[in-house]
Design a protein around this ligand. Structure first.
Ligand code: NAP
Ligand code: G4F
Length: 351
């Protein structure tokens, strides 16, 4: 008997040019999906993370980029109407917490209303039965609620970013209940890797350490060294997004490692990869980190990197994801830091 040809599943990813979007595109293409990636028009190239997916534009493959923006409803409706995706992963966002204090209205427009626009598009186009929806929620919605934070922890966002993401979180729950849309919130704690944007603290540090190691710079300036984060490995977290949409029922899940450390510890661990032991002296803005072997000052504090409000300690409890999704993190923080530093050294040697 002839085997019936199965149609490929179609996934639409907003934010495909970002860290998570590009990794998710790789992941879904390996699973034989057809991937539609929403990218913004930009005056300089913004596709470095996905260029490998369409080297030859004349040769159609399973990845197709579309221009689009989360602030543009008509565009979103058009793209969703013409592609009719089985799964939508809404990863697009103004995702920088500090920047959200400078651009609060834009952040709300893209991060909060952008989510609403996609949910409305699903409803308007009558795709409730077909299209599953993943929302990139965040541990920032917990703000300064006491760790460990899980799905039952109260929300106390401390930034325009966290507040916009909390709107998105609730509107997903509203639409799930009201219109029976298969919609999930992945409440992901910080996750990093070689593709992390260079203004987030982990990549800023691994890149600076690589430059210091190669004698391309002398010091790195940082803000609050005492903030604690639960840092996981981005590729591990991407897997959980897909897993959520393969369940029988839509639900919300915390994704984390369950361990946290300070920015200060992260700095120490990163310098250790290139054989430098960091010691600290001084207080507040005058604190410095120095090479304990030769006293050379390598880390300084700059008050411009402090935020109007700080989230002091995020540490997630991912028991629910472990039990229901059978998800767990695989790569340790030390392994990840090593990978990030070695990758930054490699990039710098090429440049
Ligand atoms: P990222 O690297 O900053 O990527 C954000 C993506 O969104 C980029 O592709 C960006 O496009 C796009 N974007 C920004 N504004 C847009 C708009 N108005 N319309 C359409 N696209 C827009 O972020 P990420 O680390 O991959 O995070 C992915 C998602 O997860 C975000 O929603 C973030 O808030 C959330 N999240 C991240 C973490 C984390 O630790 N990484 C944790 C929890 C939640 P350009 O490339 O053109 O700028
Ligand atoms: O790396 P960060 O900028 O990440 P933050 O604010 O935790 O946000 C990231 O994780 C969220 C999940 O919890 C995501 F939703 C969000 O999109 C983003 O991916 O800062 C981490 C910590 C903060 O406490 C900050 O004050 O590092 C501290 N920090 C100290 N010096 C610094 C610096 N942060 C940055 N970006 N740059 C510094 O020089």
């Amino acid at each position: 008997m002839k085997k019936k040809k199965q149609n490929k599943k179609i996934a639409l990813i907003t934010g495909v040019t970002g860290q998570d979007g590009s990794l998710l595109a790789d992941f879904l293409l390996k699973k034989n999906y057809k991937v539609i990636g929403l990218k913004r028009r930009s005056s300089t190239f913004n596709t470095q993370r996905i260029d490998h997916l369409y080297t030859d534009i004349q040769k159609p493959n399973n990845f197709k980029p579309y221009y689009g923006d989360l602030t543009d409803s008509s565009n979103l409706i058009r793209v969703i109407q013409s592609t009719k995706p089985d799964e939508i992963y809404n990863l697009g966002a103004q995702s920088h917490v500090h920047t959200s204090f400078e651009t609060p209205e834009y952040t709300a427009n893209a991060d909060a209303l952008g989510t609403l626009r996609i949910l409305e598009a699903i409803r308007i186009l009558n795709l409730q039965k077909k299209t599953k929806f993943y929302q990139a929620s965040t541990s920032e919605i917990f703000g300064n609620s006491k760790p460990p934070q899980n799905e039952n922890t109260s929300f106390r966002p401390e930034s325009p970013y966290g507040t916009a993401k909390l709107y998105a979180y609730w509107i997903v729950k509203n639409y799930r209940k009201a219109y029976d849309i298969f919609a999930c919130n992945g409440i992901l704690f910080n996750h990093e890797g070689p593709k992390r944007g260079e203004t987030f603290v982990t990549r800023k540090i691994t890149r600076a350490v690589a430059e210091i190691y190669l004698n391309k710079r002398r010091t790195v300036f940082l803000g609050n060294l005492n903030a604690k984060r639960d840092w996981g490995y981005a590729k591990d977290y991407i897997r959980s997004m897909w897993m959520m949409l393969q369940q029988k029922k839509p639900d919300d899940y915390v994704i984390a490692t369950g361990k946290s450390c300070t920015v200060r510890n992260f700095v120490e661990k990163t310098f250790k990869v290139v054989g430098i032991n960091i010691a600290w002296k001084g207080k507040g803005l005058n604190e410095v980190g120095y090479n304990s072997k030769n006293n050379q000052v390598l880390v300084k504090i700059d008050k411009n990197y402090f935020r109007p409000n700080e989230v002091y300690h995020l540490r997630g409890d991912y028991k629910k994801a472990k039990k229901i999704l059978k998800w767990r993190p695989k790569i340790s923080l030390d392994e990840m830091i090593k990978e990030m530093v070695l990758n930054d050294i490699k990039i710098l040697k090429k440049s």
